[in-house]
Write a protein that binds this ligand. Structure first.
Ligand code: SF4
Length: 436
């Protein structure tokens, strides 16, 4: 295909957004320009985690083809890996490229029929920027060696494959020098980073935290690292110790998938930990860090989940004091162990549990926010306020910040009771470094 205009549409997780950026840069280097409306080529990077994700992608593809019949559509990502034949049947779809092809940009270009210059082989791996974002995602590994009963991901993403620390350090340097003040380490199962050679995420974090980007005048450029989703049992004492030692460099926020608060359901899900281990990890982290933010994913309505098991999930959410819980209804996926499991929970019960859990989670989050008064944090400035290391929206106090600062700002938090809930205000405070 000759050079023209391209539009990217991405569904799903941070790893997918990173993969899209890799393709964007591969096409951009060859002169393709991005066009939001009538592009010659539309690349749809799909997700297959839930039935809904697949449905949305198919709907979008049909709409693109209906509205712009001359556009060529290339579908890639996890749905292209799990349902290639369904996608090939969709009118207007020219290419269906699974993760194997899309992961290697040169392969991707060849599949589209573009000439590939061997010089491109020398281009450093990874990305150079995350256009339009203050925070950039950095994919540190791909794939997963676990086999949770509800999850299709290991089938479509393969086994764990970690990227080398020096390559990632070079990428952090590039991204910060390109203006990104927060780098979010993402992947499919980041707790298994380095496992192939006996390493662990703490090794990588130590290397990345030591990166020292500088501006053109040689002044240090502040930045912060954030771990995306990491399993509670894979957070080592070394990792916690590093987070405690470098609060200005590593956000005190851990997203630890919980899935259920009940041991029987965890076993049925083929999750490898039990609740006492999850609680122990939270306690260990809480003892080392100042008011860390814990967020989690919880699946409701997994086969066999009755009121008794669900009550344990509610109890765990209250006890752990999450700052946010993402509640997902169980969505059976073909080719997973849970596909034929029973007994199924009736949909109206799933809906009801989802809303009950949502209410409890919101209440718990308010209590947690109320207790943040006096904590120090760094805010990535976006408009009037920004995003704190604990993943909270913070408004900057105009008395201390009469002009909107840029980049990372060090604050001390005040928690104010408002009608709509707790509002966090950032007052200037130099204890964590940053711009203040
Ligand atoms: S740990 Fe479980 S839920 Fe997470 S990607 Fe692997 S199989 Fe899926």
């Amino acid at each position: 295909m000759s050079v023209g205009s391209v539009r990217f549409v991405t569904f799903g997780c941070k790893a997918n957004q990173y993969d899209t950026q890799v393709l964007r840069e591969a096409l951009g280097r060859r002169g393709w320009r991005e066009e939001e409306r009538e592009a010659d080529l539309v690349v749809v990077n799909t997700c297959t985690v839930t039935t809904d994700a697949g449905r949305k992608a198919r709907k979008l593809i049909r709409r693109v083809v209906r509205e712009h019949p001359d556009t060529k559509v290339c579908v890639t990502g996890c749905l292209a890996e799990s349902e290639p034949e369904v996608l090939r049947e969709l009118p207007g779809v020219e290419w269906v490229l699974g993760n194997g092809d899309a992961r290697r940009p040169l392969n991707f270009l060849r599949q589209l029929g573009c000439d590939v210059d061997p010089e491109e082989l020398g281009i450093p791996a990874g990305i150079t920027a995350f256009a339009g974002h203050t925070r950039a995602f950095l994919k540190i590994q791909d794939g997963c060696d676990r086999s949770c009963a509800f999850c299709i991901i290991p089938r479509v993403r393969g086994a764990n494959r970690s990227r080398p620390a020096d390559e990632l350090a070079a990428e952090v340097l590039r991204l910060v020098e390109a203006g990104h003040v927060e780098i979010v380490l993402c992947g499919i199962h980041i707790g298994h980073w380095g496992r192939e050679w006996g390493g662990e995420p703490a090794d990588l974090l130590a290397v990345l935290a030591a990166v020292e980007p500088r501006d053109e005048r040689g002044a240090p450029l502040p930045f912060r690292l954030r771990l995306s989703s990491i399993e509670a049992t894979e957070i080592s004492p070394r990792l916690v110790e590093l987070m405690a030692r470098r609060p200005e460099r590593i956000a005190p926020h851990l997203h630890m998938p919980l899935q259920s608060g009940d041991d029987e359901i965890l076993a049925a899900m083929n999750r490898w930990y039990r609740m006492d281990e999850y609680h122990a990890a939270c306690e260990r982290i809480r003892a080392a860090l100042d008011r860390p933010a814990f967020t989690a994913d919880v699946l409701v309505g997994f086969p066999g989940e009755g009121e008794r098991q669900f009550a344990r999930t509610l109890q765990a959410v209250r006890q752990i004091g999450f700052s946010r819980v993402h509640v997902f209804p169980f969505s059976p996926r073909p080719r997973t162990a849970a596909w034929e499991m029973g007994p199924a929970v009736p949909p109206e019960e799933v809906r009801e549990r989802r809303s009950r859990l949502g209410e409890v989670a919101a209440e718990v989050a308010q209590t947690w926010r109320r207790d943040l008064g006096g904590a120090t944090d760094l805010v990535v400035v976006e408009g009037e306020g920004g995003l704190s290391g604990r993943y909270q929206r913070v408004r900057l106090d105009r008395r201390d910040f009469p002009a909107t600062p840029a980049g990372l700002v060090a604050v001390r938090l005040e928690a104010h009771e408002r009608d709509a809930g707790i509002e966090l205000i950032g007052r200037a405070d130099g204890s964590l470094g940053g711009a203040a």
